[in-house]
Design a protein around this ligand. Structure first.
Ligand code: ATP
Length: 226
């Protein structure tokens, strides 16, 4: 199992709750080889028809993981939430077996800290992040999407506020006023990555803007319309 046929990345997902099974299904739908593992046979059964291999196994059993050839996968996602001990033990075992990239879902900050300490390559907090996203959207309804580039910088997709309709990028001067850059303008689903500075913006345009978080917040707040 898990020889690399076409240079395409291979993924293993351990823990098939709502988060893990949705990662597994999406990757499989995108054509990637996916091994799905859970110690609950029913959960394995539920995804078996979507993924390449689905196996019932306890991920805290090092021998079982080794015999699955887990170290040959490029990325392993540990999506065990409630049982923090199992999540930590699994991550340690994967690390020991030499898995090149391990992503782990953390239940809380402390769990996240431990995972970082034992060598998880990426720790994700899906519930916390989705909560922040929803709250952010409530406060700034013009912000359609928000991608964190680092702790300080983000890219946002902002629906053109009504005060900006009819103005062009030169007049708005977002770069000077907010120290942010308009990377692209989305109009009728088409992305223009070289937007003209002179062309008037129209209702329903979407601006894709990169900047420092505090500057982006200033820009959002100056144009908030509830
Ligand atoms: P979600 O929010 O994604 O639905 P969750 O955070 O509530 O999930 P759990 O339901 O606790 O997480 O765990 C996810 C899955 O991980 C479950 O299907 C569970 O059977 C599986 N799991 C837990 N421990 C192990 C283990 N040691 N080996 C394999 N699978 C495990």
């Amino acid at each position: 199992m898990a020889k690399k046929p076409h240079g395409k990345k291979q993924y293993a997902i351990i823990g098939l709750g709502r988060f893990g099974s949705s990662v597994a299904k999406y990757l499989a739908e995108m054509g990637y080889e996916v091994l799905a593992v859970d110690d609950n046979a029913q959960r394995v059964q539920d995804v078996a028809h979507t993924v390449t291999h689905a196996v019932a196994a306890d991920s805290t059993d090092e021998e079982a993981m080794s015999s699955l050839g887990i170290r040959n996968f490029d990325v392993v996602v540990v999506a065990i939430g409630q049982d923090i001990q199992a999540s930590i033990l699994t991550t340690l075992i994967l690390k020991d077996l030499g898995v090149p990239y391990i992503i782990v879902k953390a239940q809380n900050e402390l769990h996240g800290k431990v995972l970082n300490k034992i060598g998880a390559d990426k720790v994700v907090f899906p519930e916390r992040d989705m909560g922040l996203r929803v709250a952010h959207h409530l406060i700034s309804p013009n912000i359609l999407d928000h991608i964190e580039l680092s702790t300080d910088y983000s890219i946002v997709e902002m629906r053109l506020p009504s005060q900006m309709v009819g103005k062009n990028l030169k007049q708005l001067d977002i770069r000077l006023k907010y120290n942010c850059n308009v990377l692209a303008v989305k109009r009728s689903g088409e992305m223009n990555i070289t937007p003209s500075a002179d062309e008037p913006l129209i209702r329903d345009d979407i601006l894709v803007i990169v900047g420092k978080n505090e500057q982006l917040t200033k820009l959002e707040q100056a144009h908030a319309e509830l």
